[in-house]
Design a protein. Structure first.
Length: 505
């Protein structure tokens, strides 16, 4: 199931990059040298094998949230490592296509032509986005906000790179068993890293009276680079949230799908490893206290259950065992959290902190919820005024916020103006109009449709992987209602990955 050597190598590289990023944050020379070295290695690896370039990009998405593990400034412009990897992959693809090395690349690019029929939804959405830029300029929207708003959608340009990278693999809806194993190994290493970081920070902040001195430089690093958010919730329970955790949510369905299938086949070794992965992922999702993730996960799990039961057809006895396995995963995750909080060092938080998990589900007066509610009426008014053509990228909304941090900084002005909205699908409608909303939803439906066809047409051994990936698409689309991910590389990267996997090239 997993490539052990690749797993430990990947985990070591991820840990080393984070450690290097920490030192680079405090040393400009280390930062520049690291940035150049990483991109150079990524370019060489991508040139040799484009698929491994994709792996590097995906691993970066899984661990660095906003993509700022390493940043450099060129003429006042902030160039992130993610932007650099994006540019490297596009340049490598263009060079390969333009006869830089046609013999070695000829087998990797069969039938990849952006025809109107095969890519019509991308083309329509792309045209609408171009209109969003033009409209934003015509509406005199702030140019800086316009760029930041539109910038994330440029990740769609990597779709040809993803398709080209998978095109020379054995055709199982664009994927081979070897590639599946490699990708799952890299994904698992990234999620184990997320789990380790989450557990350590929960421990350190749960015993902050002992470790506060050590946390000061660490907090400044991961806060300023927007890798992790840590905040006190209640009862001394600290929320540890990574935006890259969206890959834990989508990965939950992929690894659980393989877990249940491995259990059905009585493969004890794989079952144990996959169960441990499910515990790690569940712990991440519990500690991040993201209700958006929980709602998306619940809807995604309903979809996952339907696909798994209808296509893999387990017996009633197997279903009972599957349910018990999943329940034990959740229980084990809660046990892990309790053990972390009860380590007898300094002031012990106590078991009462665990009630934060259940209270988070029902709480409706927390500041983030109130801010979302406050944003909704003016955003709806903006949509009514620009329902057809949209207001363009960079369009702003002013609303009365209850964010305690903003109120503390602006005690006499509770009104906050922003171009970034929590309501993801309403954000699309407001800025791109009804055509943009319909085009994006149609693209999602087309990917889901291809995924369902892929499940029917692929070999039985690959069905769990496809079912998991497809369930992740559904969960991601639901999360986007409340927290925007499909206007960001984290969500778009998963979307084009899923589409590249599902396509029969």
């Amino acid at each position: 199931m997993f490539n052990r050597r690749l797993f430990w190598t990947t985990l070591f590289i991820i840990a080393s990059l984070n450690l290097l990023s920490f030192f680079a944050f405090y040393s400009p020379i280390v930062n520049w040298l690291s940035f150049i070295l990483i991109l150079t290695l990524a370019a060489l690896i991508s040139w040799r094998n484009l698929l491994w370039g994709i792996y590097i990009l995906l691993a970066e998405l899984m661990i660095s949230s906003q993509g700022h593990l390493f940043d450099i400034y060129i003429g006042g412009f902030r160039l992130s490592l993610r932007m650099g990897l994006f540019a490297v992959l596009l340049v490598v693809l263009v060079l390969k296509i333009s006869n830089a090395n046609p013999e070695s690349f000829r087998g990797q690019m069969p039938n990849v032509k952006l025809s109107l029929k095969k890519y019509q939804f991308y083309i329509v959405l792309g045209l609408v986005m171009v209109w969003g830029v033009i409209n934003g300029i015509l509406q005199n929207n702030n140019r800086g906000f316009l760029y930041q708003d539109f910038n994330g959608y440029l990740f769609f340009l990597l779709l040809p790179v993803f398709i080209a990278a998978f095109a020379n693999q054995k055709k199982i809806t664009g994927y081979s068993l070897r590639v599946t194993r490699e990708f799952l190994t890299i994904w698992s290493a990234a999620l184990v890293w997320q789990f380790a970081v989450t557990a350590l920070l929960l421990f350190f902040y749960g015993h902050i009276d002992v470790f506060w001195r050590e946390l000061v430089p660490l907090y400044k690093w991961f806060r300023d680079l927007r890798i992790i958010e840590v905040g006190l919730y209640k009862y001394n329970f600290h929320r540890v949230f990574m935006q890259s955790g969206i890959w834990a949510l989508t990965g939950f369905f992929v690894f659980v799908s393989h877990l249940l299938e491995s259990q059905k086949k009585r493969n004890r070794k794989n079952t144990k490893l996959l169960w441990l992965m499910s515990v790690c992922i569940t712990t991440i999702l519990l500690v991040n206290l993201s209700r958006s993730f929980w709602v998306g996960g619940a809807v995604g799990f309903i979809w996952f259950s339907y696909l798994y039961l209808s296509h893999l057809r387990p017996s009633m006895r197997q279903i009972a065992r599957h349910i018990l396995t999943l329940v034990m995963s959740v229980v084990a995750s809660i046990f892990v959290i309790a053990m972390i909080l009860l380590v007898p060092i300094g002031k012990i938080p106590g078991l009462k902190t665990l009630s934060s998990l259940t209270e988070r589900v029902t709480e409706t007066e927390e500041s983030a919820v109130r801010s979302r509610k406050a944003l909704l009426p003016p955003l709806q008014e903006g949509i009514r005024n620009h329902a057809i053509l949209g207001a363009g990228f960079g369009a702003e909304i002013t609303y009365k916020t209850t964010d305690p941090r903003y109120i503390a900084a602006h005690p006499n002005n509770p009104y906050y103006t922003t171009f970034a909205f929590e309501w993801g699908w309403l954000d699309v409608w407001y800025k791109l109009g009804i055509l943009g909303l319909v085009a994006y939803i149609a693209l999602i439906f087309s990917i889901v449709s291809r995924g369902r066809s892929a499940i029917k047409n692929c070999e039985a051994r690959n069905a769990p992987f496809i079912i998991g990936i497809l369930s992740g698409v559904i969960a991601l689309a639901v999360v986007h209602f409340f927290t925007p991910f499909l206007n960001h590389p984290l969500g778009i990267g998963y979307l084009i990955l899923a589409d590249a996997i599902f396509r029969d090239l």
